[in-house]
Each structure stands twice: as structure tokens, then as C-alpha cells.
Design a protein around this ligand. Structure first.
Ligand code: ADP
Ligand code: MG
Ligand code: ZN
Length: 701
């Protein structure tokens, strides 16, 4: 068979992805190879396909027990004989696995590195015909990597003990040149083919948010987005707090951190893997080796300490290639937490290196440029221009000119510096605000009286990012500051755009162009099968496979085989049950077909009403989700406001929109909001008021 035939027959895929074919070709022709590919790129296939083509057995060294179990389950589900050998096996299971291995029953055996030099393993190894050794997560071999595992150093020793040297393959998602060299040298790879694919993950949507209340922002996201996801927190305490609130609010959430008993940790991990818990709230202790393909979002509740960690953690979303969200909730406070953690080290070098890395992470949070581009450049890739699909490219904020304010702040700091003083932010701001007993005769004393302190803090931060202030806790102007004072450089600050005016990515049309009803039926069937077979749902079929099924609407076995991810064995095992489901379904009609006949009643029925007070822009989003699906023109929040004014539910008092009596009667309420540009009053709309809005929108031409 050819590699492409193996790919189709066992894995159900039609084409190789970037990098795969070359690596497979090299390995099947006896050449060592190193693959550096981002998470979700499909590294496993690069050794699994050769394993099926080469004689004898392929050993896979993998650092995590949970990972091995998942991979073996997935292989077996595809009809590939595989097993794992690690400390999770009972005595009896272990002997049975060894016995089977000796009898040549497996094509692929996963082994924990700790096991390699055990006498029983060495005995077995010399009797097996080992064609290929694949080292997964190969960066674990390098002391320069983040996850150094001393037992990985046993791999070269193990290889030396073998009667015939097998072909060596190694794979990793993150490798700086230094780590890469370590991998090649320590494993003693022979003239390997090294394939480094791009780091971009086009299906991931990146966004940085700076919400006032993080929990509220999280709850809002979860109320709008279905699917499984990870919420990363910086500390154990935060994990506990967030998980507790989510559970109290009725979400199915598990928690995971290194302070929990081993048993609870593996329980949480399994609950998440098997879709019993939709959300896992975790510290960074959770994740390496989580191969769950249907993670739809990774939310960072706190800023991580460096960009590598962030990309790796966020990258656990969307392994199946479907659109997934990576959202970072950023607050200035996170920097203090990160600094605290960094300062725990006893090594000054390490502290200073980590502070530099933290600084890069901070810049990611503060940048107003394309987030994807920032990340790719960080990893040394010259990305194209703006990606057009991250939070910043979608313009989630507005820039306002703050040059005059910046001049005030800078000249104040320069005056203090000239007087030989460097203060931290609070004291500096107090003088500027006229709230100090010190420096009352400084010309800049009280110069920004009445300005909100958080605005000054934002400006100072911005000036640091732009290099006009030195990056230090004690404020000091940089030489460049002159450009601002002389007016030759302008300074802008960014503030959240009023929601709805942003070209929000969540236009809330269904995420994939498939009918939600059919998709959830397929998911339910998958879950039933997974429970019967006691495997995670994604082992049965990935989300991507289900989406493709919805699109192809197969009626026969041949048609089902054309669905990406349906191979021969899965067709035989599950085909009938899925086909049965499709035979009872009408094929999907293209959304545009019935667009013109949409009546106001139909619109009213289809728009989502939420039992919670919403901003006008959110209501517009919900209406637009329906309008767009039917090929109709969108309605804006402003237009809705106007309709409400005309209908007498709102009135304008002193330039502020407020509910009239009839507005209050349908549940329009007001709240006070604070933003960088001052305080304002906002109307929120309860369920009844939302229905009125929908009615007005549906009736308007
Ligand atoms: P990695 O180890 O690089 O993070 P995996 O090997 O776990 O990635 O693969 C991620 C997902 O991509 C899996 O669901 C896998 O089945 C799928 N995949 C791999 N190769 C292909 C391909 N050629 N076509 C379609 N899907 C693929
Ligand atoms: Mg992998
Ligand atoms: Zn972008």
C-alpha cells in the first residue's frame, strides 16, 4: 500500500497536511527525521503511517500516560493494533501486553521513557523487530526546554542496547534552535530530515480583552458559546474560586491544579476528556499531553508568564482544525502576580531572563497591532500583513489621541526627575492630581486635577510600551520623550469600542455552516457510542468529521466513506448507526433559498431571547444572526435605539437616552458605566424588552 492509501483506509483522510508526506517518505525509506510542527498539525500520523508500512513494530516514546491511552484508543478505533506499556498497567495487564508484543500482535507500542531500561523491557526489545522509534514531545530531552524530563536521556542508551539500530524520528511543537540542536545531538540522529512547518494556526481566533469584571466576561462568553473549553488561571486559588462560581452558576466545570490529590486530578482530566465536564478550570499544570481534539476555546483568566507558554496553552484549542477561540483576559494586576511567581526563583539570571520574557507577553496584551502577526514574529516567522481575523484586526477598540495628556504626564515626570526624584506610580499621580502634600510648588502640581486615576495609569503604561518612559517601577522619562513634548510624536490610547460598533467576529451566525439541530443529533449519537465503548467522544469521530458529515449528508456507505475522518474500520463499526440517522433527515437546504419569504413572525421566533439584561448591541447581534442566515441586511444598535425612541420606549433627557415609563414597564433598566473616557449611563434590556426590540426590527423595512 502507499502512504496515501493507508491515510484513507485507516484514518479516513484524503490528503496529507503540510510536512506530513515528506516526513513519512523519509522514515519509510530508512532516514531519520525531526518534525517541528505546531500543535494540531498532525505529528502523530507522521509515525503512525510509516508504522503500517514498515515491517515489525514501531515504538513510540511519549511522556504522559494519559496521552498514550488516548492515542492507543484512537488507533484501535481505526483498526490499527496498538498497545501501551506504562505504570498504569496492572501486573496481569503488563504480562499480557508483553506476551502479545512478543507474538508480534502490535504494529505500534507506546512506552513511557522511565520503562525503557527496565530489564523486562530490554529483554523484550531484543526479541522484537523494531523498525522505527518515534520520540514524541521530543523537547523534553533538552534542559533548555520548559519540560525537561531526565528519563528522556535514557532513550539514546536504550537505542544503543538494540541489536539493530532502528530509524529514529522525533517530533515537537515548540523548539527554539537551541532545543532543536539538543534533540538532534542527544538522540544521536543520523543526517536527519528536519521539517519545520509554519507556526500559524489559521483556525484559531486570538483576542485580548481587558474586562472590568473578569468573571462577568467569562460568564458572558460561556453564555454565547457552546462547546468544550479550558479556562487557565495563574494560581491554584484562582482556579478554586472560578471553578466554584461556575459550578454555582450551573456550568459543568471541573478543576485541576497540582495542589489537588492525584485522584481528583485524574478524575477531572477524565471528566473533561470524556465530555462529562464541558469546562476545565486549571493552572498550567494541566495540558501537556491533552490530545482532546474538540476543545473549542481556551480562555486565559490571567496573563501567562511568557509568549511560549501562552501559545502552547492556547494552541490546545482547535486541534481538529475547526474554528476555535483563544481569548486572554488581561488586567494590570496580572503582571504583579506574574512578577511574584518569577521572583520565587533563587537564580538572579533566571529571574532577569523571565522578566524579559514577561515583558514580551505584556506587549502582546498591550499591542494594538495584529495579534497573530505579533506571535508569529515572536517565533521568528515573518507573517503576512494583518490577519484580519484576530480581535485587534477586527477592531475591538478605538484609538483616541492623548498627546496633550501625554505631554502633561511626561513633563511632570521630567520635572520630578530633574529634582532628583523617581517615584512609583501612586505618588507621581498624587502630585499630578493635586492630592499630595509634597511638591505643591512644582508647576505640574494638580495639573490633571479631576482626571480619573486609571486614565493616568493607562497613559503611563502606554508611554512605557511606546518607549517614552523607561520600563521600570520608578518612573523615569526616556530620551525619546522629547519627541512627544516637542509635538513631533503623537500618542494614542485605546479604549474599548462601544460593543456592537465593532466588527465583531461573533456575528453569531452558527459557527460552522451546518444546521445546529442535525449537528447536535450527531453529537448525541457519538456520545452514546463513546459511552458504550468507554472511550472519549473524539475517539469515535472528531468534531470536524461530524461537521463534514452534516455537509455531505451521506445516504450510502460509499458516500459516508468520502467524509473526512471515516476510514474502513469506523465505517464498519459505526456506519449503519450514522446512516440511519441521516435517512430520517431531510437534506439541508441552503440558507439563502428561503431568505425572501422570511416573515416578521419567523424572525421573532428564531431570534434568541436571553433571560438577562443585555446591551442593545447584543440584541442587535442576536437579531443579525437570524437576518444574516437568511441573507438579509443587518440592523445596527443605533437603528434599534432609534426605533425604540420612535415607539416611545426611550427618551432623550439632557443628551442621555433613558427608558420612559412604558420602557420601564417592559423591563428596560439603566446602569452606570465607567470607561477611560468618563462615566456614562447605559440602558439594558430584559427578556420582555428584547422581544419588543425584535418585533420593532422585524416590522421595520
Ligand atoms: P499534533 O500531535 O501535531 O498536535 P495530532 O497528531 O494529535 O497533532 O493531530 C491533530 C488532529 O489532526 C487529529 O485529530 C488528527 O486526526 C488530525 N489530522 C492529522 N493529519 C490529518 C490529515 N492529513 N487530514 C485531516 N486530519 C488530520
Ligand atoms: Mg501530538
Ligand atoms: Zn490579526
Amino acid at each position: 500500500m502507499t502512504p496515501t492509501q493507508i491515510l484513507k483506509q485507516y484514518f479516513g483522510y484524503d490528503q496529507f497536511r503540510e510536512g506530513q508526506a515528506g516526513l513519512i517518505e523519509a522514515l519509510t525509506h530508512g532516514k531519520d527525521a525531526l518534525g517541528v510542527m505546531p500543535t494540531g498539525a498532525g505529528k502523530s500520523l507522521c509515525y503512525q503511517v510509516p508504522a503500517m508500512l514498515l515491517p515489525g513494530v514501531t515504538l513510540v516514546i511519549s511522556p504522559l500516560i494519559s496521552l498514550m491511552r488516548d492515542q492507543v484508543q484512537a488507533l484501535v478505533a481505526n483498526g490499527i493494533p496498538a498497545a501501551f506499556i506504562n505504570s498504569s498497567l496492572s501486573e496481569a495487564q503488563f504480562s499480557r501486553a508483553m506476551e502479545n508484543a512478543r507474538n508480534g500482535q502490535y504494529k505500534i507500542i507506546y512506552i513511557a521513557p522511565e520503562r525503557l531500561l527496565a530489564p523486562s523491557m530490554l529483554d523484550l526489545a531484543v526479541t522484537l523487530q523494531i523498525s522505527l522509534i518515534a520520540v514524541d514531545e521530543a523537547h523534553c530531552i533538552s534542559q533548555w526546554g520548559q519540560d525537561f524530563r531526565p528519563s528522556y536521556l535514557d532513550i539514546p542508551r536504550f537505542v544503543e542496547r538494540l541489536p539493530v539500530r532502528p530509524v529514529l524520528a522525533s517530533f515537537t511543537a515548540t523548539a527554539t534552535p537551541r532545543v532543536r540542536e539538543d534533540i538532534l545531538a542527544t538522540l544521536k540522529m543520523h543526517a536527519p530530515l528536519t521539517t519545520v512547518t509554519g507556526f500559524d494556526r489559521p483556525n484559531l481566533y486570538f483576542e485580548v480583552k481587558q474586562p472590568k469584571g473578569k468573571y462577568a466576561a467569562l460568564a458572558q462568553y460561556l453564555s454565547e458559546n457552546d462547546g468544550n473549553g479550558i479556562v487557565y488561571c495563574a494560581t491554584r486559588k484562582e482556579v478554586e474560586r472560578v471553578a466554584e462560581r461556575l459550578v454555582a452558576d450551573g456550568y459543568s466545570a471541573a478543576r485541576y491544579h497540582a495542589g489537588l490529590p492525584e485522584q481528583e486530578r485524574s478524575q477531572s482530566q477524565d471528566d473533561f476528556l470524556y465530555d462529562r465536564a464541558k469546562i476545565i478550570v486549571a493552572t498550567n499544570a494541566f495540558g501537556m499531553g491533552i490530545d482532546k481534539s474538540n476543545v473549542r476555546f481556551v480562555i486565559h483568566y490571567n496573563m501567562p508568564q511568557n509568549v511560549e507558554s501562552y501559545y502552547q496553552e492556547a494552541g490546545r484549542a482547535g486541534r481538529d482544525g475547526l474554528p476555535s477561540d483563544c481569548i486572554l483576559f488581561y488586567a494590570r494586576k496580572d503582571i504583579n502576580t506574574a512578577l511574584f511567581l518569577i521572583n520565587q526563583s533563587d537564580h538572579p539570571d533566571e529571574i532577569s531572563r523571565n522578566k524579559q520574557l514577561l515583558n514580551k507577553m505584556e506587549r502582546y496584551c498591550e499591542t494594538d497591532g495584529c495579534l497573530r502577526q505579533y506571535m508569529l514574529q515572536y517565533f521568528g516567522e515573518q507573517g503576512a500583513e494583518d490577519c484580519g481575523s484576530c480581535g485587534n484586526c477586527n477592531g475591538n477598540f478605538v484609538e483616541t489621541d492623548a498627546t496633550i495628556d501625554a505631554q502633561k504626564v511626561l513633563s511632570h515626570i521630567i520635572r520630578l526627575n530633574k529634582a532628583g526624584k523617581r517615584f512609583m506610580f501612586t505618588h507621581t499621580a498624587d502630585i499630578l492630581l493635586g492630592k499630595s502634600d509634597d511638591f505643591t510648588d512644582l508647576p505640574t502640581f494638580g495639573l490633571m486635577k479631576g482626571v480619573p486615576r486609571h486614565y493616568i495609569r493607562q497613559l503611563v503604561q502606554r508611554l512605557k510600551v511606546l518607549g517614552y518612559l523607561e520600563n521600570d517601577d520608578y518612573l523615569r522619562a526616556a530620551p525619546k520623550a522629547r519627541d512627544v513634548l516637542l509635538g513631533s510624536a503623537r500618542v494614542t490610547v485605546r479604549g474599548a469600542k462601544p460593543k456592537g460598533s465593532a466588527k465583531s467576529k461573533q456575528s453569531k451566525a452558527p459557527k460552522y455552516a451546518v444546521s445546529e439541530g442535525l449537528f447536535s443529533k450527531l453529537k448525541q449519537l457519538r456520545l452514546d457510542i463513546a459511552r458504550e465503548e468507554k472511550v472519549p467522544a473524539f475517539v469515535v469521530f472528531s468534531d470536524a468529521t461530524l461537521v463534514n458529515m452534516c455537509q455531505k449528508h451521506p445516504r450510502t456507505e460509499e458516500e459516508l466513506l468520502t467524509v473526512s475522518g471515516v476510514g474502513q474500520v469506523k465505517l464498519e463499526r459505526y456506519g449503519a448507526r450514522f446512516l440511519e440517522l441521516f435517512c430520517g433527515e431531510e437534506p439541508e437546504t441552503a440558507p439563502s433559498e428561503n431568505s425572501l419569504e422570511l416573515t416578521p413572525e419567523q424572525i421573532m421566533q428564531q431570534v434568541e431571547i436571553i433571560d438577562e439584561a443585555l446591551q442593545i448591541s447584543r440584541i442587535a447581534d442576536h437579531i443579525n444572526a437570524v437576518l444574516l442566515r437568511h441573507g438579509k441586511a443587518k440592523i445596527s444598535g443605533q437603528k434599534l435605539n432609534q426605533l425604540l425612541l420612535e415607539a416611545g420606549y426611550l427618551e432623550v433627557v439632557d443628551g442621555v437616552k433613558l427608558p420612559t415609563e412604558s420602557g420601564q414597564a417592559i423591563g428596560i433598566v439603566t446602569v452606570e458605566r465607567h470607561s477611560e473616557r468618563g462615566d456614562y449611563t447605559q440602558c439594558l434590556f430584559g427578556a420582555a424588552a428584547q422581544r419588543v426590540c425584535v418585533g420593532l426590527a422585524a416590522g421595520s423595512p
